[in-house]
Write a protein that binds this ligand. Structure first.
Ligand SMILES: Cc1ncc(COP(=O)(O)O)c(C=O)c1O
Length: 369
């Protein structure tokens, strides 16, 4: 059996004729950027997340930068970001001229350790960007309370967590703002790039719209230093088509993840200690002889990936900002992280094959009987 890490062809198969119709619809109009389809998807997404405004961008990295610019975060300011995760959050902080301040993850989890936030706060700290990494929400209630105490803004990075909730409230609706990515492999993915800012703050929403549109606050009036970051109508139409399936896809991800957790409970690996709130964008376990396990799984047709081989704090561009500080959990976990396919389009027999194959490979490689 050959199992790819993602299978977008299979995801799109049931929609082929609708997707073709969308392209035909666009070919019959002049409105291929912005317009009604984009406004429609923004309204649907805002309602799904439970916020007043959803503002589309070209991608989630832009979305992060646009919000930080709208908050006027600049040189001399500090923003707290996780050491473990994808680099967009720390990158956006640098793009606005501010300083990223890294924070370690928990010994048994992959999201930032809320207990470490307080020690990083000083007079320059303006905001925090928690990442709901791998689809598993951080303790956002705690992050929000700590941030409120110190007057920090919270920008939730939900690029991997579409549809995840905490205490019945969707991620993205907890902070003053949240961002999402619609990169094709995300839990809700486009057929190209796309991003979204969500917020219930009207003045922030107005400013973000202007910044993402060359700083234009009304026609022919460019009051702010902006940029160009927009979603095209085709991506918006595709995302509107897929959004009603998101919860069902997330439930299938949960079902697969629970099957893996049960199947591998006795293996000499560290299984994800994800919460019930996770939407399992990725299933990441930790194993000692990772490269050997990857090679053996590949021989048996199971594709894997590593998210991420190097902590963000150790990337050359950020070394100066991590000030040679140690992030013991992020650093210890990085060489062990291994992502196993968990997408909703996997058939039961593929899930069973993955469960059996991972078990036998790890038992053989780790010498466990
Ligand atoms: C956690 C996280 N944040 C931000 C991004 C950036 O998303 P985009 O590729 O849409 O810029 C990604 C993309 O992989 C991500 O995983």
């Amino acid at each position: 059996m050959q199992i790819p890490f993602v299978n977008l062809q299979r995801q799109h198969q049931p929609f082929i004729s609708e997707l073709q119709d969308l392209v035909s619809e666009l070919l019959a109009t002049n409105m291929v950027m912005g317009g009604k389809s984009v406004r429609k998807f923004e309204a649907e997404f805002a309602s799904y997340i439970g916020v007043n405004y959803a503002l589309s961008c070209a991608n989630a990295t832009d979305a992060l930068e646009v919000v930080l610019r709208a908050w006027e975060i600049k040189a001399g300011d500090e923003v707290i970001v996780p050491a473990n995760g994808w680099m967009s959050a720390a990158e956006a902080v640098l793009l606005v001229g501010a300083t990223p301040v890294f924070i370690d993850n928990k010994p048994n989890g992959y999201g930032l350790d809320e207990e470490l936030i307080e020690d990083k706060v000083n007079d320059c700290t303006k905001a925090i960007i928690p990442i709901h990494l791998y689809g598993d929400p951080v303790d956002i209630s705690k992050v929000s309370k700590i941030s409120e105490r110190f007057g920090l803004k919270v920008l939730e990075d939900c690029a991997q967590a579409h549809g995840a909730s905490v205490e019945g409230k969707k991620v993205g609706s907890w902070g003053q703002a949240g961002i999402f990515s619609f990169y094709p492999t995300k839990n809700l993915g486009a057929l190209g790039d796309g991003g979204m800012i969500v917020t219930s703050d009207k003045s922030l929403a107005d400013k973000c719209i202007a910044i993402a549109n060359h700083g234009q606050s009304k026609p022919d009036r460019h009051h702010l230093l902006g940029r160009n970051s927009r979603m095209d109508a085709l991506q918006a139409k595709i995302l509107s088509l897929k959004l009603p399936y998101l919860d069902q896809w997330n439930n299938r991800r949960r079902q697969i993840a629970n099957y893996y957790l049960k199947s591998w409970a006795d293996l000499p690996v560290v299984l994800p200690s994800s919460t019930d709130n996770s939407v399992w964008h990725l299933f990441v376990l930790r194993v000692d002889r990772r490269e050997k396990v990857i090679a053996e799984l590949s021989k048996k047709g199971v594709a894997t990936k590593v998210h991420y081989p190097t902590p963000v704090s150790q990337q050359p561009i950020f070394e100066k900002y991590s000030k040679s500080e140690a992030f013991p959990n992020a650093e210890q976990h990085a060489p062990q992280l291994l992502s196993i396919p968990v997408y909703p389009e996997l058939s039961d027999s593929e899930v069973e094959y993955i469960a059996r194959t991972v078990k036998s490979v790890i038992e053989a490689v780790e010498g466990h009987q």
